[in-house]
Design a protein around this ligand. Structure first.
Ligand SMILES: [Zn+2]
Length: 472
């Protein structure tokens, strides 16, 4: 305690001597000069928001960050119409669950070296408060493949663990994929999921996570990253990380299907429900796999972390909105977004008003929404006729798999069918991300700070201030 007081006094002296260090008076300040610039800018935005939108004594007991991977504004609008139409309505009047939140802002998603970013650099910004390079995860710009130990940025999940809170990460993608991995891992290249060229890989970092008393819950796909090649996995080091987790937390601390997920009583639960990414909602529903839905995983995760009286931090990702778009199949992305909305609705039912819920996307996609379709037209349907008299759809992509040298005659094709590839202007094997801003929605203590056009790394600073700063 004496040491803590001493360090606070030293900080105050510094603070009086140098105004900039006062503004960024934070134990978590990164040491790298470029990273500090981003960190300090995040703290400045927070200070400005506290002044601009004062809201009394902000104390969030819990924070849940929901990330819709690749959930652009066009995706949100199209999905709200899709959901409304599933309910038999015209659709335009509908709102997704998180669109009822009282606060909204726009988020600039670029990386330090790319105008259009990826999920690793953006998740690092969201979870660690610093913008970094494309493909870099949980580390600042000083990290290289050779110096794997350098440039680690502490995530909000790690900080929450240090404060004694319960924590968790949930995703429909592989748990070692960029977005969930940014909560617990630090690597120079996001692809180091099961092998990091002599450094600790992402799966290994999850199993060996050492902050606080460890992650309480981690649910998603990607078991192959945790298993040795002899057991059908990808690990060439011979380690079976699932067995290592069970040795640490007990046999019932690992589950692999919906049934075992629901009955597990473990307070350190790892769930890996598929070898690779989990199934798209559409395929899971139709084929009856043993995989839980994002809503079921959200329910279980909240049930576990709620047991901690101090509070919790959860990151819950809908990872496959992004994959539907990359495939050029808008219907998949819309279905995932509707399920994402359901998971958020369920979370709201399970937590109290002392929880800050933040919903955002990491980056956009190139899906466009246009033409002049009539009110209530099927969102996956036809908008009108092109200059040659051929029908065209309301949703299209700027690039990707849907490119055709000669356009199909869509009067003979059901564009609302499963697997339909929307037209794309530029041929590419995989549709790309988009560079336009994404929305962030917020409700609960601290939500009033979410306004304006923000750099993406600011979101970390707002969540951290609401969840942790008052606990010092
Ligand atoms: Zn992507």
């Amino acid at each position: 305690m004496a040491l803590l007081i001493q360090s606070k006094v030293i900080k105050l002296i510094f603070c009086l001597a140098f105004i900039s260090s006062c503004m960024a008076n934070d134990d978590n300040m990164p040491s790298d000069a470029k990273a500090r610039v981003w960190y300090e800018a995040g703290q400045s935005y927070l200070a400005q928001q506290k002044h601009r939108r004062p809201g009394g004594d902000v104390k969030a007991k819990n924070v849940i960050l929901f990330i819709g991977d690749g959930m652009s504004l066009a995706t949100v609008t199209a999905s709200r119409i899709y959901q409304g139409q599933l309910q038999g309505n015209p659709g335009e009047e509908n709102l997704l669950s998180f669109e009822y939140f009282p606060e909204i802002a726009l988020v600039k998603t670029y990386a330090v070296d790319k105008q259009v970013s990826d999920s690793a650099s953006t998740a690092t910004a969201l979870l660690s408060g610093v913008k970094t390079r494309f493909y870099t995860l949980g580390t600042d710009e000083s990290n290289t493949v050779e110096n794997c130990g350098k440039g680690h940025l502490k995530s909000l999940l790690e900080l929450a663990e240090e404060h004694g809170l319960a924590t968790g990460a949930v995703s429909t993608a592989r748990l070692t994929h960029a977005t969930p991995a940014a909560t617990y891992a630090h690597v120079s290249i996001r692809e180091f999921e099961s092998d990091a060229k002599g450094c600790a890989d992402i799966a290994e970092q999850l199993i060996e996570f050492s902050y606080g008393d460890g992650l309480e819950v981690a649910l998603g796909g990607g078991s192959k990253m945790f298993l040795p090649t002899s057991d059908g996995g990808l690990r060439t080091d011979g380690r079976n990380l699932i067995e290592e987790w069970k040795n640490r937390f007990g046999d019932d601390a690992f589950v692999s299907d919906t049934k075992s997920l629901k009955i597990s009583n473990s307070n350190h639960l790892l769930g890996l429900f598929s070898e690779d990414h989990m199934s798209f909602t559409e395929h899971r529903d139709k084929q009856g796999f043993g995989e839980p839905s994002l809503t079921e995983m959200t329910e279980k995760a909240i049930e576990i972390v709620k047991q901690n009286d101090k509070g919790f931090f959860l990151m819950i990702e809908s990872g496959r909105i992004d994959h539907g778009h990359h495939a050029g199949i808008a219907k998949l992305a819309l279905e995932e977004t509707v399920e994402f909305s359901e998971a958020i609705k369920r979370a709201q039912e399970l937590v109290g008003p002392d929880t800050l819920i933040v919903v955002t996307a990491d980056h956009s996609h190139t899906m466009s929404f246009g033409g002049y379709p009539k009110r209530g037209e099927n969102i996956l349907g036809i908008a009108g006729l092109d200059s040659h008299g051929l029908p065209y759809t309301t949703l299209n992509y700027a690039n990707g798999r849907g490119y055709k040298e000669k356009r199909d005659d869509l009067s003979k094709i059901d564009t609302t069918a499963d697997g339909y590839l929307q037209a794309a202007a530029i041929p590419l094997p995989i549709e790309t991300h988009g560079g336009d801003d994404v929305p962030v929605y917020a409700i609960g203590p601290g939500s009033q700070w979410f306004s304006g056009v923000m750099e993406q790394n600011v979101i970390f600073h707002l969540m951290k201030a609401a969840l942790l700063d008052y606990r010092e």
